[in-house]
Design a protein around this ligand. Structure first.
Ligand SMILES: [Zn+2]
Ligand SMILES: [Zn+2]
Length: 174
């Protein structure tokens, strides 16, 4: 979705609130492709301040499906987006001094998807778990250990389990 902001840029102290929404249904980054399963239209305020600054502000929530860091089960993850940008206006040019390239502005067209993309990236969770005590997957057979146990010999044994196994091994030797 794109918004033409040329009128706001050329009118000193003009302020508008636009209903905007993200159009893409997948978030693609170098980490992979993630379905955006929930998003809703939200209010984006665009304000011209004294003809020298352009303020963008708004808030929304998105749900992105991200695999659990341990077992890879898809986890619907809420990402809260806060847009709060102060752009510099230089004649009819609008510049985001915090970014090397203002990729969400093509001339005076504001690209909402690109604007939100940058915010998703900033708010991307460090680690996603399907549950706090997710047991992960067996490194040998790939079984999801939340769903049951496999018979593989796993090297990283819990010390208590290792003790029990020692007993069993001794038992076998007898
Ligand atoms: Zn998990
Ligand atoms: Zn296994």
């Amino acid at each position: 979705m794109q918004i033409d902001i040329s009128e706001i840029v050329s009118c000193e102290n003009r302020e508008v609130t636009e209903k905007v929404h993200i159009e893409q249904d997948t978030f693609v980054s170098r980490l992979g492709e993630f379905p955006i399963t929930k998003s809703a239209p939200f209010d984006l305020r665009i304000a011209n301040r004294e003809g020298s600054e352009l303020l963008l502000s708004g808030e929304t929530d998105l749900t992105v499906s991200i695999p659990c860091s341990r077992c890879l089960t898809e986890v619907p993850t809420d990402i809260h987006i806060v847009i709060d940008k102060k752009l510099r206006m230089d004649g009819t040019e609008v510049v985001d001094d915090e970014m090397e390239e203002t990729d969400y502005l093509i001339g005076l067209n504001l690209d909402i998807d690109k604007l939100i993309y940058g915010e998703i990236l900033v708010n991307w969770p460090m680690k996603v778990l399907c549950r706090e005590d997710c047991k992960g997957i067996c490194k040998v057979c790939g079984m999801n250990l939340n769903k049951g146990n496999c018979d593989c010999q796993r090297t990283e044994l819990d010390p208590r389990m290792a003790a029990i196994q020692d007993v069993f091994n001794k038992f076998k030797e007898v």
